[in-house]
Write a protein that binds this ligand. Structure first.
Ligand code: S3P
Length: 169
């Protein structure tokens, strides 16, 4: 069975996915990295040159390719992955999914210093960032909440979160 980690930007999907895969002796795929490797450019460059819609189409295609081809793989999604097309349906069909739930404050504190690598928030000033996160998270929560399990990640170490995931399997 595959394990999919979803959640907002900076919720720890990649870091936890890596540790989790190692612990369970499973393959690890970070969807953003997979897209970058297959497209030969960074996510930021992809947004700049081809636009978000092209990115969303590719994101859905690669997600399906990974989930249909692999078993016993931990997949860390991008923040928007479950919110577009039929991605959530595919995730539900081919994996056990976890929502790594971070609060607006946690996300803000983590994102405020590293917006430049993230195209969706790169142009949003720090003074508007919290409001942006709050609205965006409100829109996306209904998708995230459809995962099999929700784990709150605020004030927890990667190891604690990883142990909570393992205990739920
Ligand atoms: C996005 C999140 C990013 C990346 C892209 C779009 C989003 O991934 O897929 O910039 O829509 O939230 P991370 O959640 O790993 O930052």
């Amino acid at each position: 069975m595959n394990i999919v980690l979803m959640g907002y930007m900076a919720s720890g999907k990649s870091a936890i996915g890596k540790v989790l895969a190692k612990k369970l002796n499973l393959q690890f795929i970070d969807l953003d990295v997979f897209i970058e490797e297959n497209e030969g450019v960074t996510i930021s460059e992809l947004f700049q040159t081809k636009g978000e819609i092209y990115f969303r189409i590719k994101e859905g295609e690669y997600l399906k390719e990974i989930l249909k081809k692999n078993t016993n793989t931990v997949i860390s999604c991008g923040g928007g992955t479950p919110c577009y097309g039929n991605n959530l349906e595919i995730i539900k069909k081919y994996s056990i999914s976890f929502y790594l739930k971070a609060s607006i404050n946690t996300i803000f504190e983590r994102l405020k210093n590293e917006t430049s690598e993230r195209p969706l928030v790169a142009t949003i000033g720090v003074e508007n960032l919290k409001e942006y996160i709050a609205k965006h998270l409100f829109e996306r929560n209904e998708f995230y909440e459809k995962s099999n399990y929700t784990i709150s990640v605020d004030h927890k170490t990667i190891e604690t979160i990883e142990e909570e995931v393992v205990a739920l399997l």
